[in-house]
Structures are given as structure tokens and as C-alpha cells.
Design a protein. Sequence first.
Length: 133
Amino acid sequence: MLDPDADRAGWLGPVRCRLFFATDPISGYPPGTAPITAVRTVHGVLHDLCSTPVFTALPAACFVVAYRIGKRFWVVYSIASGVASLACFVLTSLGFQQNPAFVSVGGLLQRLTIAIGFVWMSALAVHLLRRTE
């Protein structure tokens, strides 16, 4: 059985990155800012460094689970989630690099990327918890 107190600080890593390392304004967000800021801040750079592992580790975890889990549904769902997450991450990056085709939806694609990974991770957690009961 999982102990909720065993890794109490584990969820704080992403929260710390968000609270302490705010991202730099980009693509006119927040409203009224320039499409690209002239100077990157230390907080913006640290935000990017903290978020990059999340956007790469979630798809990697999808592929590892697909390889290891052995159940057809989870293999297909995990591969689809990993591919979709990586594709959205690439499109998000294009938007944040001011590519005209994606700049207006970069933030939406970023949230879609993380939602795909977090929904997959939550569904997997429920599946594994039910299997152990």
C-alpha cells in the first residue's frame, strides 16, 4: 500500500519552480508586453530549466510503461500519449520561438502538452492502485 506521508515533499518540486522561478513574458502574454523580451531574466531561465525535464520525462515515462506493462490497452494508450505529448511539445516550442503559424496558440499547446501527460499519469496511478488492492 502507498504511504501518502512517505514522499510528502516530492510534489513540491514543480510547485517550487513555478512559485520561485516565474517565466518571462513572451508572445504578448501578459497582455501589453512585446512578442519577445529583449533580456532574459534569471528567473525566466531557471523556469525553463525546471520545466524542460517535465516536458521530456513524461513522454519518456509513457514509452517505458508501454514497453513494460504488457497489457494491450496500456501499451496503445501509453504510446499514443507519449507521441501526442512530444508532438505538442515541439509545436509549443515553435510557438514560443515566434513561428507565425504557432505563436498565437503556443500557450494553449503548452497546456495541452502537460494535460496529456498528467491525465495519462493519473489514469496509470488509478490503474496501478486498483491492481494492488
